[in-house]
Design a protein around this ligand. Structure first.
Ligand code: FDP
Length: 336
């Protein structure tokens, strides 16, 4: 008889001992709350075309991206879920310029959540994969709590993502490995399907928007040229896979190895411009990937050492298999 699958709540309970005591209840409550919201988001995505939820609301968010109806709806759903969890003192969201304070949950043990509720939203109207990314940081009892989100990625207590694809998958870390769960749509429960994820030391696939090739740093261009240059003995060329949704591209990289990269636009070398947001995209994914034995770099150094000074700050990212990311850094060094 097959063993009874471990639910997300059971797994979180079993991990409590690895958490600092003051955050244990908050982390369990908040990740549980995010998982409940994810079940609702998955259902809403499946019904979006039928409920007139596709398309844009006609404006841009603080980062200048076109705002989709599901972005706004996802933000409100996440806020309500975090409020109900009782463990979140403030939400830093892609869809809000300033942190949203939740004073009712404030206190020394409460957490600040940084979240992109619906990431990869340009995929929404074409029925492509999208995701939710989250990061939990200590509020340190600050009031307002939002500013506690600023600081290094190493300060994260937990992080993870949900991928809405053919199945809905939640991956989380509390700094003790990375673990993956698949939603059973019948019961509404996330069940452990990918315990202790370990990313291969080296991969065969890279994911990047190659349309931006001419705007990259010379080291980035030379590195991608290298990955494309055939060398049977070295396992090249690598294959290119790119979905346009960070969550889907990181999830594939986590399971199969290789690289996901979103380097800065260096058209003006004096002012490199990154795209992805540090607090709710880059830092949480770096935390998850490192916990799976991988590496996450800006090209010049470890992503988790970057200190955020602004809520919607952007950062370049090269993440994935250890050897592949180390080689990318080597190409940057040689070209600087
Ligand atoms: P999107 O703009 O569709 O929300 O968050 C930004 C993001 O998606 C990532 O999910 C994705 O990896 C990237 O942007 C895609 O950007 P490009 O369209 O420039 O490739």
């Amino acid at each position: 008889m097959a063993a009874t699958p471990v639910t997300l709540s059971e797994h979180l309970a079993s991990q409590r001992a690895h958490l600092p005591r003051e955050h244990a209840s908050g982390v369990v409550a908040v990740i549980g709350g995010i998982a409940r919201v994810a079940v609702v988001i998955a259902q809403e995505l499946a019904h979006a075309a039928l409920r007139d939820r596709l398309g844009s609301v006609g404006g841009t968010n603080v980062s200048g991206d076109e705002v989709k109806k599901l972005d706004v709806w996802g933000h409100e759903a996440m806020l309500a879920g975090l409020r109900a969890s009782g463990g979140c003192a403030a939400l830093v969201s892609e869809e809000a310029k300033e942190p949203v304070e939740i004073p009712v949950s404030a206190g020394a043990s409460a957490l600040v959540v940084c979240c992109d509720p619906v990431d990869g939203s340009s995929n929404l109207d074409v029925n492509g994969a999208v995701g939710t990314i989250f990061s939990l940081r200590p509020s340190r009892g600050q009031s307002p709590a939002g500013p506690a989100a600023l600081g290094r990625g190493t300060e994260q207590v937990a992080a993870g993502y949900v991928m809405y694809g053919p199945g809905t998958v939640l991956v989380y870390t509390i700094g003790h490995g990375a673990h993956g769960f698949t939603l059973n749509p019948e019961s509404g429960e996330f069940l452990l399907t990918h315990p202790e994820i370990r990313i291969p030391k080296r991969g065969k696939v890279y994911g990047i928007n190659e349309g931006n090739y001419y705007s990259w740093h010379a080291g980035q261009r030379k590195f991608v040229d290298h990955l494309r240059t055939p060398d049977k003995a070295e396992g090249r060329p690598y294959s290119l896979r790119y979905s346009g949704a960070m969550v889907a591209d990181v999830h594939r990289t986590l399971l199969d190895g290789g690289l996901f990269m979103y380097p800065a636009d260096c058209s003006d070398p004096a002012k490199p411009k990154a795209k992805l947001r540090l607090l709710y995209e880059v830092a949480p994914m770096a935390f998850v990937v490192e916990q799976a034995g991988g590496r996450a770099s800006t090209g010049a150094g470890r992503v988790l050492e970057l200190a955020a000074t602004e809520y919607h700050q952007r950062a370049a990212i090269i993440l994935g298999s250890q050897d592949d990311v180390a080689l990318a850094e080597e190409f940057y060094r040689r070209s600087s």
